[in-house]
Design a protein around this ligand. Structure first.
Ligand SMILES: Nc1ncnc2c1ncn2[C@@H]1O[C@H](COP(=O)(O)OP(=O)(O)OP(=O)(O)O)[C@@H](O)[C@H]1O
Length: 248
C-alpha cells in the first residue's frame, strides 16, 4: 500500500484545516484531489511529504510515517511558487532532482547527466536543455519541474495543480508522461480544480473542502449531489446531465 490515511486531520500550529481524511492508494494508481480554493489540497500533499502536522488519525506512506518515506516520494510544486529569475538552465534544474542520490557536493557522473537528458526527453524538452529556466513558457517550466521529479525516480509522485496556466501542448505532454508512469507502477497524487480532467486521468478521486466529502472512483465521487455538498451549493445541474460549478 502506498498511502493509507484513516480518519486523519492535518493542519498548522495545532489547528486542523482538513479533517476526516480516509483514503488509500496502491502502486500504479492515480488519485486526484479535488475541491475549491482553500479546501486543503496543498495541505494534504504537504502532509504526505511530512511537511504539515498530522493532528489526529493515521497517516501512512509506504507503511511508515510520512517523514520516514520522504526518499520514495517526488514532488512537483506549482510553477508559480518558484522565482523565474533564478539564473539556471533547464538542465541544471533537472539535475537538482539527482542531488538526493549523488549529494549536492559531489561531482555529477555520466549516469546523472544521462538521467537528466532522459528526463528532459520524456517531457519533450530535450532541445531546451541549455535554455535559461526563467525564459521558458509557464507550461515548459512546469514540464521542467516534472522532469526534475522524474530524474529522482520516485515511487510516489505528488503534483500540486500541474495543469494550472499550462497550454494544451504542455498539458498533453504532462498527461502522456503521467499515463506512462502509472503503467510502469508509479503511484500519483495530484491536486486539480479541473473536474473533467480528474475524471479523465484519475483512477480515484478524493473530494475535499475542509473535510473529506467523498473518496472512490471518479464516476461515484463526481456526482451532482457530492459536488453540491463539497462546494457548498455552488453546483448547478444542466439539462444535458452535466454539472457546472459556480464560484460563490
Ligand atoms: N502555512 C500555513 N499556515 C496556516 N494556515 C495555512 C498555511 N497554508 C495554508 N493554510 C490554510 O489552510 C487552508 C487550506 O489551504 P490549502 O492551500 O491547502 O488549500 P488548497 O485547496 O490547496 O487551495 P488552492 O486551490 O487555493 O491552492 C486555508 O484555509 C489556508 O489559509
Amino acid at each position: 500500500m502506498v498511502l493509507r490515511f484513516a480518519d486523519t486531520s492535518v493542519g498548522y500550529h495545532g489547528v486542523a484545516v482538513l479533517t476526516h481524511v480516509d483514503l488509500s492508494l496502491e502502486a500504479g494508481q492515480c488519485l486526484a484531489l479535488a475541491g475549491p480554493n482553500g479546501a486543503g489540497k496543498s495541505t494534504l500533499i504537504k502532509a504526505v511529504l511530512g511537511l504539515t502536522e498530522v493532528l489526529a488519525g493515521t497517516a501512512e506512506v509506504f507503511g511508515r510515517t510520512p517523514a520516514r518515506s520522504r526518499e520514495q516520494c517526488g514532488y512537483v510544486p506549482q510553477v508559480g511558487d518558484l522565482d523565474p529569475d533564478f539564473p539556471v538552465t533547464a538542465a541544471q534544474v533537472v539535475l537538482m532532482g539527482r542531488y538526493r542520490r549523488i549529494g549536492w557536493w559531489r561531482p555529477t557522473r555520466a549516469t546523472d547527466r544521462r538521467a537528466v537528458t532522459e528526463a528532459l526527453d520524456r517531457v519533450g524538452l530535450a532541445d531546451e536543455a541549455g535554455r535559461r529556466f526563467g525564459l521558458l513558457s509557464g507550461g515548459q517550466r512546469q514540464r521542467v519541474l516534472l522532469a526534475r521529479a522524474l530524474a529522482a525516480e520516485p515511487e510516489l509522485l505528488l503534483l500540486d495543480e500541474p495543469f494550472n496556466g499550462v497550454d494544451v501542448v504542455s498539458q498533453e505532454a504532462i498527461l502522456s508522461v503521467l499515463r506512462e508512469l502509472t503503467r510502469s507502477g508509479t503511484a500519483l497524487l495530484l491536486s486539480t480544480h479541473d473536474l473533467a480532467l480528474a475524471r479523465d486521468v484519475a483512477d480515484l478521486v478524493c473530494l475535499i473542502n475542509g473535510r473529506q466529502w467523498a473518496f472512490g472512483p471518479p464516476g461515484e465521487v463526481l456526482t451532482a449531489d457530492q459536488l453540491r455538498s463539497a462546494y457548498g451549493g455552488h453546483a448547478i445541474d444542466l439539462a444535458d446531465g452535466r454539472t457546472v460549478l459556480v464560484e460563490p
